[in-house]
Design a protein around this ligand. Structure first.
Ligand code: GLV
Length: 325
């Protein structure tokens, strides 16, 4: 008998097809957003789950699903997993690193350019029929090439953004991260380590790429925004909750910083209403990894983790490998 698994959200049909060669698959191609209780109900009798960042796997879920052995997240971030509880319950957690690094770094840069160069604001102006002349200062934004890019969090995606900035746009790249890169990696990224206050004070553009954890909650709030240049832009492609969205909306309105580009939000898919009425912010719906080849690679990696573990005993990208021993 094939092991039973749940694919909690809609996914590429070819990935479902691959999974059904190995598993008895319950899918959710209607993409219904289940409540936690419904998720628990759907997980009954399942040994594996294909999840996305929207499905919370915590102690309550684990206690109600004793047959569960693995949750394979189709995301590099895994703040929807209570990893400690999963490890304690002997449930393997996997994510999808590497396959999305370059695509996400591309998007970070796209959002930086769109924000600094006021693309969304000027497009809205044009669509509203307000463009009736050229003007010397119309939508004049901030320079990107040759400016100083600050990166908070310097994992794989941060390094991809640093390389684009340093080698593509001639930027001075500074970063802050708990652990400093070794000299060879810093040289490859064209980036130098600075303290967090120095980063905030010096950069023209601040890119957030750190993972979410309770300690990272509101890493950027009113106090941090006040340390930035009034001409600075802020880009968040990391996770909602790293920025205090209400404080950011107020700072944008008051000119504490010049502009922001946000792909992630506190409590998404809800967006803080104040952000919706501020003109100098570019808003995108958590799409930094969204190219078809990358999303397919992420889905395949999540599927291969399920097959690797449940069929061959070898997952590809385990987050809590302690469970394997
Ligand atoms: C997207 O946010 C991811 O973590 O992959």
């Amino acid at each position: 008998m094939k092991p039973a698994i749940l694919v909690a959200r809609a996914v590429f049909p070819e990935v479902l097809e691959k999974l059904s060669q190995h598993f008895d698959v319950t899918s959710n191609q209607e993409d219904i957003l289940w409540t936690p209780a419904e998720l628990i109900q759907q997980l009954q009798g399942k040994t594996g789950a294909f999840t996305t960042g929207s499905e919370r796997i915590d102690a309550a879920v684990l206690a109600s699903c004793p047959e569960l052995k693995i949750c394979a997240n189709m995301a590099v971030g895994f703040n929807n997993f209570d990893l400690t509880a999963m490890t304690a319950a002997g449930v393997l957690a996997t994510n999808t690193p590497d396959v999305l690094t370059e695509t996400t770094a591309d998007f970070g840069f796209a959002l930086l350019l769109a924000t600094a160069r006021r693309m969304a604001e000027s497009e809205h102006f044009l669509r509203a029929g307000l463009w009736n002349r050229w003007r010397y200062d119309m939508f004049a934004g901030a320079e990107v090439h040759g400016s100083t890019l600050g990166i908070l969090g310097m994992g794989r995606i941060g390094q991809g953004i640093a390389k684009r900035g340093a080698h593509g746009f001639g930027m001075k790249v500074i970063y802050h991260n708990r652990s400093r890169l070794d000299a060879a990696r810093e040289a490859a990224c064209g980036a130098s380590w600075v303290s967090k206050p120095e980063l905030l004070k010096t950069c023209d553009h601040l890119m957030l790429v750190l993972p979410y954890s309770p300690q990272a909650h509101h890493t950027i709030g009113a106090a941090e925004l006040a340390q930035m240049k009034p001409t600075a832009t802020l880009v968040n492609i990391a996770r909602g909750g790293i920025v205090d969205d209400a404080a950011l909306a107020a700072a944008l309105r008051q000119g504490v910083i010049a502009a922001a580009g946000l792909d992630v939000f506190e409590g998404e898919p809800k967006v803080h209403p104040d952000l919706l009425t501020v003109p100098n912010v570019v808003l995108t719906p958590h799409i930094a990894s969204a190219t078809t080849p990358t999303r397919l690679a992420m889905a395949n990696l999540a599927a291969d983790n399920l097959i690797g573990y449940l069929v061959h005993g070898k997952p590809l990208t385990a987050l809590n490998p302690q469970v394997l021993s």
